[in-house]
Design a protein around this ligand. Structure first.
Ligand SMILES: Cc1ncc(COP(=O)(O)O)c(C=O)c1O
Length: 354
């Protein structure tokens, strides 16, 4: 017999058994199909994670070193503050904007540790929904499959701007610009900082300047998703150039970061949301609002991944040579990840895909 509950509205509805089946996440289906396939040349493109030559999970050496150090220090398991680990927040904002950048020097960045890239985007979406409920978000067509999910759950309306041109296997730059121009003034524009997923096509530096011009003219606010810092060029600094270009113009912007990919810390769920504001005072207010949202969603973030990143990026225990080895690792392992000989079926001579 089905239980029934009386809602306060007085409408009688079914109990928990009335909940229908949720749609399966598409990438789960791809991985299942991969496991079932017996072809010896098969490649799993369902999940983006490092693998060894034998297709086994791989942990970066710098991560192993940082964890060893953390064990030796016998670090505690106290709650972190709502905004996360201070050393992590400092390191992550500096990696993104540059320690000497005006936005860091002038204390105009509100950084809050997030639950990796997804959770940081979700926090950004919650902030936008709470303070700009009528705003619209523009997404590239195509984009990472979870972007629409995140925005839908945050009750944010979105539409698409043209991005991929199948004719040229490149960027539909004119389409992108005219769609961003046509959006209502003050919209949020979601941009992939580098290594656009799923196309692998990034604007050139000149195109980024024009994108920034249009966004500035229309008083839009960019929301960058930076998950692959280091993957596009093999250099973490160079891969932040799109974000840095916008920040150097004095624009307000939001940037969600993740260390799932570039440090292989998938299950640690470590990332951040950074909001570049027009003044230090505004940054303080924005941070206080992000903390209110985080407190209600998950109270405070996990510590382990934050310490790993702070140890690798922040304290620079591995110094310049350590960073170089991290970048080297990223380049090599990504290469292996794509295929054994580093090639796939695309025509690289006509494509600017990374
Ligand atoms: C473009 C993009 N954004 C965000 C994410 C979120 O990654 P995570 O939540 O694991 O940090 C991914 C993961 O594949 C991605 O490709």
């Amino acid at each position: 017999m089905r239980a029934s509950v009386m809602m306060s509205s007085g409408v009688e509805v079914g109990g928990l058994s009335s909940i229908g089946m949720g749609a399966e996440e598409p990438s789960v289906g791809i991985s299942a199909a991969f496991r079932a396939d017996t072809h010896e040349m098969k490649l799993d493109l369902g999940l983006g994670s490092y693998r060894t030559e034998d297709l086994q999970p791989y942990v970066l050496n710098v991560v192993n070193k940082a964890e060893k150090l953390m064990l030796e220090r016998c670090e505690d398991k106290e709650y972190l503050p709502i905004e996360g680990l201070a050393a992590f927040n400092k390191a992550t904002a500096e990696l993104l904007f540059g320690a000497d950048s005006a936005v860091i020097q002038q204390q105009r960045v509100a950084t809050v540790q997030g639950i990796s890239g997804t959770g940081s985007l979700r926090l950004a979406a919650a902030l936008i929904h709470r303070h700009f409920p009528a705003s619209k978000i523009l997404l590239s067509s195509p984009t990472w499959g979870n972007h629409p999910n995140i925005l839908n759950d945050a009750r944010l309306p979105w539409s698409e701007y043209r991005y991929y041109d199948p004719e040229t296997v490149g960027l539909d730059f004119q389409g992108m610009i005219s769609d961003i121009k046509a959006a209502p003034e003050g919209s949020f524009v979601l941009l992939h900082g580098c290594a656009h997923n799923p196309t692998g096509i990034d604007p050139t530096p000149e195109q980024w300047e024009i994108i920034a011009d249009v966004i500035q003219e229309k008083k839009h606010i960019p929301l960058f998703d930076v998950v692959y810092q280091g993957y596009a060029s093999g250099r973490v600094e160079a891969d932040a150039s799109s974000v840095r270009l916008f920040a150097a113009r004095g624009m307000e912007l939001l940037v969600a970061q993740s260390y799932s990919k570039n440090m292989g810390l998938y299950a640690e769920r470590i990332g951040a949301i950074n909001v570049v504001c027009s003044s230090p005072d505004s940054a303080k207010r924005v941070k206080s609002q992000l903390k209110r949202l985080a407190r209600a969603m998950y109270s405070n973030p996990p510590v382990h991944g934050a310490r790993i990143v702070a140890n690798v990026v922040g304290i620079q225990i591995f110094s310049v040579s350590g960073k170089r080895s991290w970048e080297e690792n990223m380049r090599k392992k990504w290469y292996v990840y794509m295929t054994k000989d580093g090639k796939n079926g695309l025509n690289w001579s006509i494509s600017s895909q990374v």
